[in-house]
Write a protein that binds this ligand. Structure first.
Ligand SMILES: Nc1ncnc2c1ncn2[C@@H]1O[C@H](COP(=O)(O)OP(=O)(O)OP(=O)(O)O)[C@@H](O)[C@H]1O
Length: 348
């Protein structure tokens, strides 16, 4: 415990010195129905999330359904407006008048969604879908069509066969390859993959994962990879961010998060994972029940209502993110010797 030190509970919790993306205190509260009197209720979908992503790395994002992964992704793309927080991308603040424009942001940052069919216009041929964004950005039809052919080749689809086809004439794996190609059409620096391989058969999933790894190498890309599949995240990620109920529970290098998960939530989440590596098997009991309602989250540490280590301080105070060394950051009173948690010193 001697190597621990307190971090300020603000922006950059963990990560590289000169990140490609830096997110500080990002917040999104969705208004929800109810509350005829008093303050309008809100779902605290993303509630003060801070992290950064280095150029060239893959940041995996995990957490139970509803913890705010997709909302975070949509906020980064500015598909929805944040209520608060800062996003600095490529050295420029996003969303301010003097900063990066949304048009330029969406050129440099792209997203691939889970539903490969819904993401493509069914009335456009694959060639037209791929050429659309470059043409909007001023590229001639002829050049945009050449780009489309090149992109199809890069994602392993023969341009001669696929350019004139429509989305319904493709398999799910082929359509997702097209979506990846389309995301690359404007030469982005960062690609957010939100459950992008989750709907695919296991063998197709493996092929698309390998394709993503290869494209990242070829095109010098950076990924944020959101997934429920802990084995897939382990395979593809350099660092992993664990979210719980709109907050960051833990973030760090993949070996640290999988080999030495420090947050009781991460331990419980990973308990169901079948790892081939005995060093990566957690002894924690699996998670019980569902996460609490984000409209009325628990006070203090949000995980306390499901945590076997919860005590008075967990209800009273929100944990301060602690650096365990090597960029492994955890927000839990057990890892803060100054927290007053009775197990804080003994816990390892
Ligand atoms: N438009 C919205 N209006 C109200 N609440 C919303 C809206 N979008 C998301 N939420 C709520 O915000 C919380 C976070 O949702 P989000 O989709 O970001 O979670 P997630 O971790 O991506 O879940 P999943 O893994 O199931 O996709 C959830 O409680 C969800 O119900």
């Amino acid at each position: 415990m001697t190597s621990l030190h307190r971090l300020d509970p603000v922006p950059d919790i963990g990560g590289p010195q000169q990140p490609l993306l830096s997110v500080g205190n990002l917040t999104k509260h969705f208004p929800v129905r109810g509350g005829l009197t008093g303050p309008k209720p809100v779902a605290r979908a993303v509630d003060g999330v801070s992290f950064s992503v280095a150029k060239g790395e893959t940041l995996g994002v995990v957490g139970e359904s509803g913890c705010g992964k997709s909302t975070t992704a949509r906020l980064l793309m500015r598909l929805i407006e944040p209520d608060g927080g800062d996003i600095v991308f490529d050295g420029e603040t996003v969303g301010t008048r003097s900063g990066l424009s949304l048009r330029e942001l969406r050129r440099r940052m792209q997203m691939v969604f889970q539903d490969s069919y819904a993401s493509l216009n069914p009335r456009l041929t694959i060639a037209d879908s791929l050429a659309f964004a470059p043409m909007v950005h001023g590229v001639s039809r002829r050049d945009a069509t050449a780009v489309a052919g090149d992109l199809l080749g890069r994602v392993g689809l023969d341009p001669g066969t696929f350019m004139g086809r429509y989305p319904h004439e493709l398999s799910g794996g082929q359509r997702q390859r097209v979506n990846i190609a389309r995301a690359l059409a404007l030469r982005p620096r960062l690609v957010i993959l939100d459950e992008a391989v989750s709907a695919l058969d296991k063998s197709v999933e493996a092929q698309v994962l390998n394709l993503l790894v290869e494209l990242k190498r070829q095109l010098d890309l950076t990924y944020i990879f959101i997934s429920h599949d802990l084995n897939v995240v382990h395979y593809i990620s350099d660092r992993v961010l664990v979210m719980y109920l709109g907050k960051v529970a833990e973030v760090g290098p993949v070996e640290a998060i999988y080999g030495r998960p420090a947050h009781p939530y991460t331990r419980a989440l990973f308990s169901a994972r079948l790892s081939m590596d005995p060093d990566e098997r957690t002894a924690a009991a699996p998670l019980q029940g569902d996460p609490p309602n984000p409209i009325n989250p628990p006070s203090g540490c949000r995980f306390r209502t499901r945590c076997p280590h919860a005590t008075g301080v967990c209800a009273e105070r929100e944990p301060v993110p602690m650096d365990l060394g090597g960029g492994h950051i955890v927000a839990c009173h057990l890892h803060d010797s100054a927290s007053g948690h009775p197990e804080a010193h003994a816990y390892a």
